[in-house]
Design a protein around this ligand. Structure first.
Ligand code: AHR
Length: 321
């Protein structure tokens, strides 16, 4: 059963007893701290930086943790190698933000055999659910659907050409956002001219958009970017082509990080669906519960919002990321 997680108080986290933890008692280092290996995807976007910061803050010594951090530069083999190294180090728990959905079964079995619980954060995998304790993340399909509904509502009645900048190929974020979006625009007059990966980065977003503009020029009416960073990269390409972003080409993105919200406030983006990166406290709370042998849900979904230009102007001054 899916459960919505609200904000969890740090005081509540601290009050959880550490007795009854895993084989090592959650203190494999003998220093009174829970050693957690965190296999992050890389540092591809503003969202990722905010997520890493939130994880590092939550998994602090002050909160009872020793964090072993690895960012795999978005290379799935490197991320699996990092998880293997956490197993060899005998950490108490492993947290993974899986770059791609496939390829996890073997290493997750190795962690299970070593008695080390695995907690997924952010993205999901296709691995058997009995190989990990739980997952804390976002409803990517709903995010894509919300973006698609906005496009359908605003442009679905007139012939409209749309291009898509997809996230990392094979990631649950890209796969599920595409599913949700396509479902929402089904049966409308939106024509998807092209859809290619921009790897969730500004640089690739710019390069791929340049290609779209060379091929389709002024025929492009709407851009859907699977994250803010690719949309921000595309802004440069659109301006260089002599077009006005937000006017000649309407832009909808996902994330709502600071630079994306600024582009929305400035009228260069037209709509942003939120993807909340502040997952650290929730994940840390759950790691403690798992190690204490408490029952946890199989998945925890953190709620997202969606923003117009008016919202962005109002929210920007107080947004934490
Ligand atoms: O998995 C979440 C996605 O990964 C974010 O939308 C994107 O910006 C990030 O890199």
């Amino acid at each position: 059963m899916k459960k919505i997680l609200g904000g969890l108080a740090v005081a509540g986290m601290m009050s959880l007893a550490l007795v009854g933890c895993s084989a090592s008692g959650g203190d494999s280092g003998g220093d009174g701290l829970i050693t957690v290996g965190f296999a992050q995807t890389g540092s591809e976007s503003g969202w990722r930086s905010a997520n890493t910061e939130s994880m590092k803050a939550a998994f602090s010594e002050e909160n009872g943790f020793k964090l072993v951090f690895n960012a795999a530069d978005n290379k799935p083999e490197a991320q699996i190698a990092a998880v293997r190294s956490f197993i060899n180090q005998g950490v108490d728990a492993i947290v993974i933000a899986p770059i791609v959905v496939d390829g996890w079964d073997d290493v997750l079995k190795e962690a299970k055999d070593a008695g080390i619980p695995v907690i997924l954060e952010d993205r999901t995998t296709s691995a058997s659910p009995d190989l990990y304790a739980t997952w804390v993340g976002l409803d990517f399909q709903k995010e894509g659907q919300t973006a698609g509904e906005w496009v359908a509502e605003n442009f679905g009645d007139t012939p409209t050409n749309l291009v898509v900048l997809e996230g990392t190929t094979g990631s649950s974020a890209a796969l599920d956002r595409a599913t949700g979006f396509n479902k929402a625009i089904e049966g409308t007059s939106i024509n998807v001219l092209d859809s290619q990966t921009g790897n969730f980065t500004r640089a690739d977003g710019k390069t791929v958009m340049e290609g779209f503009l060379q091929k389709y020029g002024k025929d492009i009416n709407v851009l859907f970017a699977h994250n803010d960073d690719m949309g921000l990269g595309a802004l440069d390409a659109i301006k260089a082509a002599g077009l006005v972003p937000g006017q000649d080409i309407k832009i909808v993105t996902i994330d709502a990080v600071h630079d994306g919200m600024q582009a929305l406030a400035d009228g260069e983006f037209n709509y942003i669906v939120e993807c909340n990166p502040i997952l650290g406290e929730q994940v840390a709370e759950i790691v403690k519960k798992v190690l204490a042998g408490e029952t946890v849900e199989k998945s925890y979904i953190v709620p997202d919002g969606a923003f117009t230009q008016e919202d962005a102007i109002k929210l920007l001054p107080t947004r934490p990321y």
